[in-house]
Design a protein around this ligand. Structure first.
Ligand code: HEM
Length: 203
């Protein structure tokens, strides 16, 4: 009886730190690719700003990956293993199989980001800022899917009203993204116009 109670308390501890790990891991993944975007866009800046910015972003990316993102991933996975050891029945359930499949994709994404970082440092990264912005949406989708699986488990929602709510949330997120994109394009246009105006006075 006592050992059942101890197992339950241990399970709560593992779950609490599993969630802490998830938050840290995702914060790192989101910010890492955002830094990649700034790093790539620094190519358009004149010297010496370009080299200074790229060196600074390179340093920030390396620290973010090694001190925040990878440790977040390790805490998430080790706490998840502890949860499964305490509650092995989950390993026979469909939602857990689906969750593990999405987590495998997420681990692949993490690994790919680490490779992109090396390419950025070597100056051989072929991705544009626009492509990296699209790549940065992938963990959002995985986060939503994994959290829904862990909450609903085998009762994954299929009713029309639930999908309507999901549709509304997705539309809201897409609108925010489109608005941010419009503001960025407007700013780039203004900067281009300003540099055109300044050009004759420089020559
Ligand atoms: C290494 C792979 C993973 C395994 C084996 C795993 C396993 C588990 C297990 C067994 C639970 C406890 C479920 C319960 O008691 O109801 C849990 C909870 C949870 N997991 Fe994971 N997990 C993994 C990765 C992730 C990832 C990547 C995320 C986030 C995207 C995540 C988000 C959550 C959340 C939010 C909970 C708390 C759910 C609740 O208690 O209501 N997990 N996980």
């Amino acid at each position: 009886m006592r050992s059942l109670e101890a197992d339950r308390v241990a399970y709560y501890w593992f779950k609490a730190f599993h969630i802490v790990g998830v938050v840290v891991w995702f914060a790192g993944l989101f910010y890492l690719v955002r830094l990649f975007i700034y790093h790539v866009e620094a190519n358009d800046k004149p010297e010496p700003a370009r080299t200074i910015l790229q060196e600074q972003y390179g340093l920030m990316e390396k620290r973010l990956l090694n001190i925040i993102t990878t440790p977040g991933m390790l805490v998430t996975v080790s706490m998840a293993i502890a949860l499964l050891v305490t509650q092995p029945d989950y390993l026979h359930q469909g939602w857990m199989h689906a969750k593990l499949a999405f987590v495998a994709v997420l681990l692949g994404y993490h690994h790919y980001c680490a490779r992109l970082l090396k390419k950025l440092q070597a100056g051989t990264c072929q991705w544009t800022g626009q492509q990296l912005r699209a790549l940065n949406e992938a963990p959002t989708l995985l986060l939503v899917l994994i959290v829904m699986l862990v909450i609903f488990k085998n009762q994954f929602p299929t009713s029309a009203s639930v999908w309507l709510i999901v549709g509304l949330v997705v539309t809201m997120l897409a609108t925010i993204q489109l608005y941010a994109r419009k503001r960025r394009l407007d700013r780039e246009r203004q900067e281009a116009a300003a540099s055109l105006e300044a050009a004759p006075t420089q020559s």
